[in-house]
Design a binder for this molecule. Sequence first.
Ligand SMILES: [Zn+2]
Length: 481
Amino acid sequence: MAMDYEIVVGLEIHAELNTDTKIFCGCKNVFGAEVNSCCCPICTGMPGSLPSLNEKVVDYAIKMGHALNCTINNVCKQDRKNYFYPDLPKAYQISQFDVPLCEHGYLDIMVDDQGNTKRIGVTRIHIEEDAGKLLHDDRFNGSLCDYNRCGVPLIEIVSEPDIRSSAEAKAYLDGIKATLSYLDISDCKMQEGSIRCDVNVSVMEKGSGKFGTRVEMKNVNSFSAAVRAIDYEAQRQMDVLRKGGTVDQETRRWDDMKGVSIMMRSKEDAQDYRYFPDPDLLTIVVDEEHVKELKDSLPELPGHRMLRYMKEFGLPHFDANLLVENKEKAAFFDEAVQFGCQPKNISNWMLGDVSRILNEKNLTLADTKLTPKKLCEMIALIEKKEISNNAGKTVLEEIIFSDKTADQVVKEKGLAQISDSSFLEGIVKSVLEANPKAVADYKGGKTNVAGFLVGQCMRASKGQGNPAILKELVEKEISKL
Ligand SMILES: [Zn+2]
């Protein structure tokens, strides 16, 4: 009988912090600047240059530590992690080894639609510097180095191996990203590499509680790629074990295009990095008062907000999860519900047509002229049956990019829904006259032709007839025939 296995996943997330300057020098921390234009002797590791720590980096990391319920080590140090790589000019990276700034935290993730959660342990959060980037260009025989990213501040968030499926991994990654966004400590632009993750995967016999050998996959650069990498790698390991083989501890590269993981190297242990305390940097000491101030400064966090949306407004988990994904969208929703429309209607429009338009044009809400008030005025017209749902779509297309209100657009385009029965009666009568066969079918018991007749009436009213009233009138008029 085939052995049953369970997936075990741990994640190491690297997030670039959005401080104005780099971690150890005054160089600008920006993406996309001209190659090697944001560098100095410190971030390029010239002999004799001395780093000094940017305090903002410590503040940002402590905020994340608080948000993930960590213990804050207000006295800690920085260590050199030695390895050689062309994009690391010092041949060591300044990181934190045995005493990270934050440790022993957790993030609760939602595991079903009923609001049940699972707690994923956060082992540690430490601060470190990013490395440069290699540019591969066919015009040159070799690679070029861009050191602009050297010294960009990072936090590394290491989870406990508490994750048991790719879906849980996705929920955890979404939660971390949303938290970074709410704290406004990272721009979270995945496409620019602001968040990267290393994925550790192993499988164990179901119920044994004994972890298998883990394989690490480096620099997976999107959350959907992480899901694919986990599913693939777990399956690969199960296949190996079922054939009687053993899984080797190694580092593999995830090739998302081909959908396979490829062996890179056998895994190095911590001792390979010869960590030692950086002699150029002072011990980090943050006074307790300041640690508390940072805690008090936290905004409402996404996990809490999601539960609030489910409890207070009765939104399904699916909606709540998408609305809290970024701070801007959640703030828009929070303001919109104050205008008295149904929260579920607001959610439907925000996640439906508004999102569709934004995606098509690659914009965010802030790039448009849509305000919570304008959106709700439009939704209110639908709720009061003054315009149809379809007319609402037309109205939205107009108000999202102009200063016009929903009322103005409805008047200009003549979109008001007609609920006047005496007017609609005339339409219904002429439609019934023109479709004697459908009427006969209806009378013969095929009542589903009513839909067809209502559709004809809608067309005759140029889409402005109130469909509910038309349906009533169709039934009433046929019964008179
Ligand atoms: Zn610099």
